[in-house]
Write a protein that binds this ligand. Structure first.
Ligand code: MTE
Length: 321
């Protein structure tokens, strides 16, 4: 994963055109200008496309009253939807929102198959009505050392897995993103083995924290964040949270993943957030919350140890990075 920790100066010409639906103060705050962070901040969100796939005229959701269980306020909608890793569109985080603006997400189905008794293909609209959509305000910690707090909407991944009934042979779950070169210019990159794939051990996938997210801030999932449905596994580095899923396969072998295939020494299969185990090119001890100056300590399992540490009892967490 490229790590472009460079300052992102914002020209005033870039911030005037699309501000009709944001108050100038909110807009400036979202752009990191209010606190003067834009010149210092590695990860200042782009201001060129503040509403991703929302229509102008729509009210931007407010972060008022949105806190995670540790008391961290959610990042602004504009931040969450304008600073994205979505390599199928671009490796430039600030280019994703505009490149994904017209991404077609209807109709959309998710095929769940493999070592299951009842394979099934679900329409996303059915998943949204079949399972109550819960709000989960989670921290997202990218392996590159930045983080956000995001109010997702979705449902436990275990719901859909229980529905298809994994057989006793199933040990892992493999996820696959749509492969659509006509819509996704980043797929031309020869550096990666497409489609984007990820995987979890079956017991990790059944943990209640693992969700399939269909929206954020009460809105349908914005395109840059993985519309219409993506995985969110908050105790792992963000690259495990695969976007725009079309296939979920129950398998016996540990699946290969895009990042592990691209750089096996840098990105493991487990990839649990662990401040004590450095990435080969940078420390993981601290992180920069988007919108903040300075860095804060990173937390073991991204702060979710109580819910997930048992999954790794007896494992050497450094070896199984
Ligand atoms: N899923 C797909 N299909 N393609 C990607 O490039 N990037 C991952 C993950 N899921 C990625 C993906 C990475 S590196 C991160 S940090 C998160 O998505 C970012 O999610 P966000 O853009 O919603 O913050």
């Amino acid at each position: 994963m490229t790590n472009n920790f460079k300052s992102v100066p914002v020209r005033s010409s870039e911030i005037t055109s699309k501000t009709d639906y944001l108050s100038r103060r909110d807009f400036i705050k979202a752009a990191g200008i209010l606190t003067g962070t834009s010149l210092l901040a590695a990860c200042a969100p782009s201001v060129t496309d503040p509403v991703s796939n929302m229509n102008s005229g729509v009210t931007i959701p407010s972060s008022d009253g949105k806190f995670d269980e540790l008391g961290n306020q959610a990042n602004e909608y504009v931040e969450i939807t304008n600073y994205n890793n979505f390599y199928e569109f671009s490796s430039d985080k600030q280019a994703v929102a505009s490149l994904a603006r017209d991404f077609k997400t209807e109709p959309w189905t998710v095929e769940v198959y493999g070592l299951v008794n009842k394979p099934k293909t679900f329409g996303v609209e059915d998943l949204i009505t079949m399972y109550p959509q819960e709000e989960r305000i989670y921290r997202l910690r990218c392996v590159e050392g930045w983080s956000m707090v995001i109010p997702w909407e979705g449902f436990p991944l275990s719901n859909i897995l229980n529905e298809v009934e994994p057989t006793s042979k199933a040990k892992y779950v493999r996820f696959e993103t749509i492969f659509d070169p006509e819509q996704m210019p980043g797929l031309k990159s020869p550096f990666y083995v497409w489609p984007y794939q990820e995987g979890l051990r079956l017991d990790e996938a059944m943990n209640d924290l693992a969700i399939l997210a269909t929206g954020l801030y009460g809105e349908p999932m914005p395109n840059p964040n993985g519309a219409p449905i993506r995985l969110v596994v908050p105790w792992k580095y963000g690259f495990k949270s695969i976007k725009s899923i079309v296939k979920i396969e129950l398998v016996v072998e540990q699946p290969s993943t895009l990042w592990n295939t691209a750089a096996p020494n840098e990105y493991g299969f487990y990839s649990n957030v662990n401040p004590e185990v450095s990435h080969p090119r940078w420390s993981q001890a601290t992180e920069r919350r988007i919108g903040e100056l300075g860095r804060r300590p990173s937390l073991m399992f991204n702060g979710y140890a109580d819910q997930v540490a048992d999954l790794y009892a007896g494992m050497d967490l450094a070896e199984f990075y």
